[in-house]
Design a protein around this ligand. Structure first.
Ligand SMILES: [Zn+2]
Length: 97
């Protein structure tokens, strides 16, 4: 059995330089983003499960255009290969902007 290492990333800038910052009222883990360029200085763990955030999606599509493979894209962005595939599929099916 291989246990997955979960890397917490800031959902806004994608930085993994985050630190725990206690819990909010509902008991959710709150993180601080240590990226000084980031506009959102803290976020809640829940957000990290949403790999479909606009920035991530944009990045995936950009890398696909550049010819980066799904596996490499996932590794670089810290999301799963399946997520990358799902984003690309969704994009192909819906030509909406
Ligand atoms: Zn950030």
């Amino acid at each position: 059995m291989v246990s997955k290492v979960v890397v917490i990333r800031c959902p806004f800038c994608g930085s993994d330089r985050v630190s725990k910052n206690g819990h909010n009222k509902t008991g959710k883990q709150v993180y601080n983003c240590n990226n000084s360029e980031c506009k959102h200085r803290n976020f809640i763990e829940d957000y990290t499960h949403k790999a479909y955030l606009p920035d991530v999606r944009k990045q995936v599509l950009k890398m696909a255009i550049d010819g980066t493979g799904t596996r490499a894209t996932g590794r670089i962005l810290g999301i799963s290969k399946d997520t990358v595939t799902a984003i690309l599929k969704k994009h192909k099916n819906g030509p909406g902007k």
